[in-house]
Design a binder for this molecule. Structure first.
Ligand SMILES: Nc1ncnc2c1ncn2[C@@H]1O[C@H](COP(=O)(O)OP(=O)(O)OP(=O)(O)O)[C@@H](O)[C@H]1O
Ligand SMILES: [Mg+2]
Length: 259
């Protein structure tokens, strides 16, 4: 099966520290792939290189047949690779609805000027974008707060809004950087089911970073483990969980990573 996303020999150093060292990976269409590893292992740096936010020192990234190694983040998003951030990034001063609509406009490629022109075509497009944004807010159970400012949301709601915004790009691949971080136990318990649900509904491929090891092992088709910037394991969850290097580096011998 050919990869939807392929990275080859990606490397990135910061000063004297090699955060990611010659990492290669394939994300296959339709799978949920997990990325785990101790704090500072290079997980977010890897995601940043895959999405154009951090330039690799060397190596290549291919998405859906396009070489995106040096592409800008907006161009990569436009090709259908969307993401969320470990430190949530929302438009704080915009409403929930506008946070999602902005992404819908990127997808529809209708700039502000076209929207302001107010032609029947642009008005129809705006209506469709708003309707779709409301559907996505309903999906993440935030429709009743559509008019509120993003800044007013509690933590778990912010994470869900960020996912709705990513989905408004109609991505083929969704990268989630620690989607369970900061969620309360009830929200955490629902997250795996939600991710499975959106994969089915939108025919998504998902690549996620998560410290919640039981969740990763239960949810993911394959799991990759980074340690000091190096891939120390990549395979089925049951194999990765038994791997002696992984147990020593991360799982601490009890099958659970840090909370
Ligand atoms: N912009 C930067 N400038 C300098 N050092 C950086 C930068 N970004 C990351 N690093 C360093 O690179 C290493 C990897 O960081 P990264 O954020 O990728 O780790 P991580 O696996 O995502 O960790 P965590 O689980 O804590 O989120 C760390 O030592 C970090 O301090
Ligand atoms: Mg990180």
């Amino acid at each position: 099966m050919s990869a939807l996303l392929a990275a080859r020999d990606l490397r990135r150093s910061f000063g004297g520290l090699t955060a990611v060292c010659d990492v290669s990976l394939d994300v296959r269409p339709g799978e949920i792939m997990g990325l785990i590893g101790p704090n500072g292992a290079g997980k977010s740096t890897l995601f940043n290189m895959l999405t154009g936010l951090t330039r690799p020192d060397c190596g290549t990234v291919t998405f859906d047949g396009h070489d995106i190694t040096r592409a800008r983040p907006e161009a990569i998003a436009g090709l259908g690779l969307a993401r969320t951030f470990q430190n949530i990034r929302l438009f704080e001063g915009l409403s929930l609805l506008d946070n999602v609509r902005v992404a819908g406009r990127v997808k529809a490629r209708c700039g502000l000027l076209r929207a302001l022109a107010g032609t029947p075509g642009s008005r129809r497009e705006e209506c469709a974008i708003t309707e779709r944004a409301m559907e996505l807010l309903a999906l993440v159970r935030l429709a009743d707060r559509a008019g509120d400012l993003a800044a007013s949301l509690p933590y778990g709601d912010r994470r869900r809004l960020e996912i709705a915004r990513a989905l408004a790009l109609s991505p083929r691949l969704l990268l989630l950087d620690e989607p369970a971080a900061g969620l309360n136990p009830a929200e955490k318990a629902g997250l795996a089911g939600f991710i499975r649900d959106i994969r089915e509904r939108f025919q998504l491929t998902v690549f996620l970073i998560e410290h919640n090891v039981p969740m990763v092992m239960g949810l993911c088709d394959r799991v990759m483990v980074l340690h000091f910037g190096l891939t120390i394991a990549l395979g089925a969850p049951e194999d990765v969980q038994r791997d002696p290097d992984v147990i020593e580096a991360y799982l601490g011998g009890v099958g659970h990573g840090p909370a």
